[in-house]
Design a binder for this molecule. Structure first.
Ligand SMILES: Cc1cc2nc3c(=O)[nH]c(=O)nc-3n(C[C@H](O)[C@H](O)[C@H](O)COP(=O)(O)OP(=O)(O)OC[C@H]3O[C@@H](n4cnc5c(N)ncnc54)[C@H](O)[C@@H]3O)c2cc1C
Length: 286
């Protein structure tokens, strides 16, 4: 079994974890990021279909001055990257130490440090451990390892769910604009114009919440029906994919820019405000 010794381990290569690693690197540290997925970016996610990108996580990010360094386009809805949002994560990860496909599951507090173990069998000793997963996921991990008090305010932070159908249509749909359909239950998004044949159909948060546990097959056939009764039905759907997010955006925020659980154990990310501001506040503290 591999055994590493690190000063600081950051869990998650989303924008919070990447930015925090950059800030700590600028202070002369060399933190290690563990990321459970193959890709980088977390909820900033782009699916490549026929070599073109379609965003299915955040289509925009709330503005932060730091994002200007990455050629983002600033709009009233937030900032976005023309080439697909995960280009941001790729650029942010430059020169950082990241181990992908390593899912942290065991945290053992020792006298002055932590022993970590991933599901894949990697073992690490570290002094500082920072969790950047959506708060309920971080809470679950800490609960499993008996690290969180019953009274912790972190338990109150809930997230909205998201369900999205990514579709590739037969024909060029560049001229289409975005619109809501059937009240505000569905939104067809074309505004990002990434893919000349691509379309994103997003359910309202209320609808996503109520149907989230239904099977993917069920949801897919329902969404195809929505598409068929929409004004777009004359365009044939060539391929489509369902994307679901159990934790999309926080419904309320923790009342501080990061949380300290115990000496060396911290949480930051979008449950604490703007994910980049949260990372900044924690980097200043460490
Ligand atoms: C559909 C959708 C629409 C959105 N729209 C907007 C919007 O319009 N505007 C806006 O500002 N924001 C939006 N957001 C929210 C935005 O994406 C997030 O605020 C931001 O990406 C959070 O980044 P983060 O790094 O804090 O968390 P994440 O991106 O969630 O990163 C956490 C990372 O930790 C990894 N991880 C979790 N557990 C473990 C573990 N045990 N071991 C190893 N790795 C682990 C995850 O794989 C992930 O990569 C949207 C999100 C979604 C899903």
């Amino acid at each position: 079994m591999n055994l590493l010794t690190e000063k600081t381990v950051i869990i998650g290569a989303g924008i919070s974890g990447l930015y925090l690693a950059q800030l700590l690197s600028a202070k002369g540290e060399n933190p290690l990021i563990l990321e459970k997925s193959k890709g980088l970016g977390g909820r900033v996610a782009t699916r490549r279909i026929n070599d073109l990108g379609l965003d299915h996580g955040a289509l925009f990010l709330d503005h932060h001055p730091y994002l200007s360094a990455y050629d983002v386009i600033n709009t009233a809805k937030g900032d976005y990257l023309p080439g697909g949002m995960n280009a941001l994560a790729k650029k942010m990860s430059h020169n950082l130490r990241i181990m992908r496909e390593q899912k942290l599951h065991k945290i053992i507090p020792l006298e002055t440090d932590f022993e970590l173990e991933t599901e894949e069998g990697l073992k690490i000793h570290c002094k500082n451990l920072i969790l950047t997963a959506p708060v309920p996921q971080a809470v679950e991990l800490m609960e499993k390892n008996l690290l969180l008090s019953e009274a912790s305010a972190l338990r109150k932070i809930q997230y909205s769910k998201a369900i999205i159908l990514l579709g590739i249509l037969k024909g060029d749909v560049t001229s289409l604009s975005s619109f809501d359909f059937e009240g505000h239950e569905f939104n067809f998004t074309r505004e990002r114009n990434l893919h000349p044949h691509g379309l994103v159909l997003k359910l309202s948060s209320a609808l996503a919440e109520s149907v989230f546990e239904r099977s993917d097959t069920d949801l897919l056939s329902e969404l195809i029906n929505v598409y068929r009764r929409s004004p777009l039905s004359s365009w044939e759907l060539e391929t489509f994919e369902l994307k679901k997010w159990r934790f999309s955006k926080p419904l309320s925020l923790y009342p501080a820019p990061f949380a300290k659980i115990s000496a060396g154990l911290y949480l930051c990310g979008d449950g604490f405000g703007h994910p980049l501001e949260s990372a900044e506040a924690l980097a200043k503290h460490l």
